[in-house]
Write a protein that binds this ligand. Sequence first.
Ligand code: ADP
Length: 605
Amino acid sequence: MLRLLRYFSPYKRLLLLAVVSNLLMSLFLVVSIPVLQPFLQLLFDVPDKTAGGATVLKEATGIRAVEQAISGYFADLVRTQGREQALLWVCGLLVFTFLGKNLFRYLSLYFLAPVRNGVVRDLRNRLVAKILELPLSYFSEARKGDLISRASADVQEVDSSIIGVVESVAREPIVILGSLAFMLYVSPTLLGFAMLLMLFSGLVIGRLGLALRRQSKDAQGNLGVVLALLEETLGGLRIIKGFNAQRWQLARYERENTRYAALLTRINRRRDLASPLSEFLGIVAVATILWFGARQVFSGQMTAPTFITFLYAFYNIIEPAKHLSAASYSIRKGLGALERVEALLAEPVSIRDQEGAQSVQAFERAIEFRGVSFQYPNAEAPALKGIDLVIPKGKIIALVGASGAGKSTLADLLPRFYDVVEGSILLDGVDIRRLRLRDLRALMGIVSQEAILFNDTVRNNIAFGLEDASDADIEAAARAAHAHEFIIALPQGYDTNIGERGTKLSGGQRQRLTIARALLRNPPILILDEATSALDSESEKIVQAALHRLLKNRTALVIAHRLSTVQHADEIVVLDRGQIVERGRHDSLMQQSGIYRNLVALQAL
Ligand code: ADP
């Protein structure tokens, strides 16, 4: 619970207000208990004496003094103003105490609302910050669903337990203690009896809650799977439809979703059992107390008003006790959820700046891969083996090879999306793991195969995090990427929102925007994953021209799919199953009858 409280620290003031409101609220509720007794005495016209004859009091407690004062006051009222008038007073007082109680109940919720939402907001912000920090290797399709489930359902869970914390910390104990004190004062035996009954029902309900918690943990995990499938469906819509695989994908989704629903049904049934069960146990307790207490009244050990007030106090305990147990349940559930969220927040960031990382501002001579091997954490075989490769400044190196040969993996090692497993990558002679990550990545521009665009304006998609980019710079970059013409033809020019993932643009336009983005940054090193998707020859020509401009005077590592790029490269590196099998310029490679010539022959078909 302390762990949960830590998240409240920025909201101390609001929280304090909420707690104070809660205290006041319970105060009003507790006060209403002794008020009831004179009311009943009035009604039944019992002569003025506070407690029943046999309820012998050991010491005069504070409550007793208060109650005597109240009773005395009402007796006076009856004497001076008559029964009717006194009745009116008591009823008025009852209304007033409940007005106070509910007013403060609302106030406490009023102060609590920004606290809950603030804590949840902070948690979500931290989660996304963490996601942005974690290495790419952390994420897989299954993890994505799990992440979404944590960021939505689990955080929500924490939210609902917050309410429980505040209630259980401030409100309920006071109400319970107040009522208990009153009951103890009225009749210790009756109270002992009532406690025993409550204990029994508490145990029964508690067992139920335990089972519930286990199941709801399973449910959270299952929700992650369902969400992962949903995300996969959304991401693969084009392929799913294209391959007429709707039914297949739907069946996959339905299977998991049905399992989730079945689990939820079991949880619901169990949870729904709690309320009828506790009501029944409650009435059993009340009936027993009624039987026990009424007998005391019959035998003259207690007056009827005292007994009824006792029942009222008991009733006042039931609700808070229920709340308290519900709150403790929801707190435990919330803590479970918080654990899942915190586990993610505590995930080690394997790719980060080393102690005393060097700053680097410029690229002077060469990048060198020295005996580099790499294996994905969950893979059986290495994706790259013993790669030796030098990329001198100003040269263009093309990577070719069949799909799965390791081209993207090799390119991903350069900006440290992954770290090498063996060997090292040197930038101007310094191991890139010893450079500041931010500096290293600032030296590189990345143009990926799928043009990755964001649901924002054209301008922001080009500037993309470069806050000091002027409009003139952006336009110049767009011109250089042959994108300016189509941008100004858009309804709002550079301010046009391009829709989710740039769906409002054509493939060629999307690529030119990403090229403009790289041009604006003007990085010395370029990592280019050429698009494989075919463009019509007109766009192809424009994109090629833009790429040509982008590559000029730059050092580039190009995952090449097009012959035209390959022919211009200073060196072509042919990868096969993670190893370099051929290297050289186009002409010399064509003279060997190796993999490269085969690839070219295939393309020429
Ligand atoms: P290419 O870009 O040449 O098509 P990749 O570099 O994408 O090849 O893949 C090289 C090898 O690494 C392949 O065998 C592929 O299955 C494997 N691989 C790629 N990404 C991952 C990953 N995230 N986890 C495990 N294995 C991967």
